[in-house]
Design a protein around this ligand. Structure first.
Ligand code: THG
Length: 267
């Protein structure tokens, strides 16, 4: 599994407070801890007024780059901001995200083509997010064909099928699984990712729903997640599921994580 650590995001009240107060130490600690607990990428999202988004992201990126070797996942809905930041980031990481909205793919892909940056692509377009998995599959195919046209290898694309909320859409998981299966049929090397907490909006005990979603989605081929690596329960589910799915030879990662205290029963 490729873990994208979600904690440096201005939508989280404590992180927003740290951004407002220019609390470098707090952001540094989030970067260090997420790297320590297995994040392969560190998502950086300003969640501020658009007029100060670039400035905020640069400040966050500086701190992360200075603290850890883990590559950054630039999280912005504004393609121009992403393009402005690409040369600013020292180590190529992930772009989060493009979609078929407003020609985002055609604006970003040519510029990212000859770089090692990986790209998260959402299965939505100018009509928004469809509830129909077949519509999402079609959008996914359009995105993959564009990647091919611009010379971006299939395995640099991480499709986010945009899971819907279980409390309003009973077949949220079924639709998510169908979307992945439909796209993977044509593009066997593409990756899939998802913001884990989207599934549980509007429900109590969200962490239980998020963890079960992680297991089911991994079983259906999701190989990346935007998640909180600082949650011990989430880590336990992740490592156990990898082992159960035969993705952890001799359960070595599970055993090592247990020995190091990264996972284990509550004390
Ligand atoms: N897809 C893509 N990018 C995304 C999202 C997505 N970026 C933003 C968002 N969704 C994913 N990031 C977050 C960040 C924080 C939280 C949820 C999604 C959050 N965190 C709580 C906290 O840290 O306090 C609780 C975490 C927990 O208990 O699990 O709510 O869908 N491509």
């Amino acid at each position: 599994m490729i873990i994208i650590g979600e904690k440096i995001n201005g939508a989280i009240p404590k992180t927003a407070e740290a951004i407002l107060n220019k609390d470098e130490g707090y952001i540094r600690e989030l970067a260090l801890k997420q790297a320590e607990f297995g994040a392969n990428y560190i998502d950086v999202c300003a969640g501020t007024d658009p007029s100060i988004e670039v400035e905020t992201l640069k400040w966050l990126i500086d701190i992360v780059q200075d603290s850890v070797e883990t590559p950054i996942c630039i999280d912005s809905s504004d393609v121009d901001i992403i393009l402005e930041l690409l040369p600013y980031v020292k180590k190529p990481g992930m772009i989060n995200s493009v979609s078929e909205e407003y020609g985002k793919c055609d604006r970003l892909m040519p510029k990212a083509a000859d770089t090692p940056w990986k790209i998260i692509a959402l299965t939505c377009d100018n009509n928004g997010i469809s509830l129909d998995s077949q519509v999402k599959v079609k959008i996914g195919e359009v995105i993959m064909e564009k990647a091919k046209k611009y010379g971006i290898d299939e395995d640099r694309i991480y499709i986010d099928p945009l899971v819907t909320t279980l409390s309003t859409t009973e077949n949220a998981i079924a639709s998510f699984v169908e979307t992945m299966a439909g796209i993977r049929e044509k593009y066997p090397r593409v990756h899939f990712t998802s913001g884990l907490s989207n599934i549980s909006f509007g429900m109590p005990f969200r962490s239980a729903v998020n963890r079960s979603f992680l297991t089911l989605a991994m079983n259906a081929g999701m190989d990346s997640a935007i998640m909180d690596p600082l949650s011990p329960d989430m880590r336990a589910t992740l490592y156990a599921t990898e082992a159960l799915l035969g993705q952890d030879r001799h359960c070595r990662r599970f055993l090592n994580a247990f020995r190091k205290g990264v996972i284990g029963p509550k004390k």
